[in-house]
Design a protein around this ligand. Sequence first.
Ligand SMILES: Cc1ncc(COP(=O)(O)O)c(C=O)c1O
Length: 450
Amino acid sequence: MFIEQCPTAWWTTASPDVRSVPWGLPRRLPSIGSVAPADWTAPVRTARANRRYRGRMSNLEEALELDRRWSMVSRRSLFELPAGLIYLDGNSLGPPLRGLADNVGAAVREWSTHLISGWFGTDGRDGWVSLPERVGSRLEPILGAAPGSVVACDSTTVNLFKAVQAACDLRPGDLLTDSGNFPTNLYALAGIAHSRGRRLVVVEPESIENAIDSSVGVVSVTQVDFRSGRLHDLGSITQRVHEAGGVAVWDLSHTAGAMPIDLASNDVDLAVGCGYKYLNGGPGAPAYMYVRPDLVAEVRNPIAGWFGHRRPFDFSPEFLPDDGVGRMRVGTPHILSLVALDAALEVFADLDLADLRAASQSLTGFFIELLDRELGSLLEIITPRDSDLRGSQVSIRLPRADKLIESLAAAGVTGDFRNPDVARFGFSALFNTHEEVVRAVSEISAALGR
Ligand SMILES: Cc1ncc(COP(=O)(O)O)c(C=O)c1O
């Protein structure tokens, strides 16, 4: 395996303000790490935040107005969220639907009633065998994919492995990705490059499009950078890959369920993604796999397994792949998890994804605006300010970002920390509100002693 031009870690390119001060603390920011623990008690900060919150009626009025404007998108009443908690982590793990236990309970009753015959369905019921395709068909409108081109199965890492291996069969040449890709993707790509004796080229995220040339066989990009929230242009990168004669494999984990994705009209070759983030399928929810319909006959699953067989229950010794995307399945599907994901996707059935995207841009834009208003240049926002260039998260970089996230958690605001110095806030327009944005920013200001 060769890693050409492996870039310096992105965080070493931080502004001098942040990195040049001993142990990384900028002079302009309060030193979270050095504050005595007693100063971080939630009640004190929350009282301060509440005063600030009440004192910012114009922000609140603006928020309520924005919430009214985007009310057609909100599905908050469908979700089970602890009262009072501001959950800004739906980009990592979406919350459960209210009543999900009934759906899963019904599946357990079906299991106890029908036992093994549950696989094939009786009395007009669909069997569990086809659930991966049925869940796939619910995902198709969310991904802008043609009917029959998506299947729900396995984890994202496993699906990425299958997709990239299949893409390598289609084209010789280098594998290309960017340093902002999620670590599991980088590991899988490095493993494939190693076993295939190919070069893995890793470039800076902003250079990916220019790095595509005829030496590249497979380009694998995650549409939104999990740290910075930067959105890659799926259409133009895919087009460039095709012009160079390559195959494009996309990871949609941080976009599906947050914005429309047009796989079909952009001619994407293969795509994968998580079911547990903005799609709210639950911890460890099955992932999904997309294959371009006119490519599927040429696509070989590197993990040939009986559930990818055309007729698994013939128990034939010879592997005959399914005609469609079902060939990317491997083994026995995880039925109880698929039932939960299936129920969660129902939320999207009558949703206009363009409205969902606009509401998400409004939430992230309002968050950035209030951070600017409250904290001005004290914070380094590393997410693009142009709303068309970001996903549905906002990341800020500061020393002891871990402490900030910890103290926000104590005040009832869930964000997350990404090593070494990123505090990340994900917004799902399905359940987050602009009012929550005002409260979250108040708590951030309070936590930073402002
Ligand atoms: C972009 C991306 N790809 C892949 C994964 C890992 O997915 P899995 O654990 O289902 O393999 C994650 C997990 O957060 C992710 O963010």
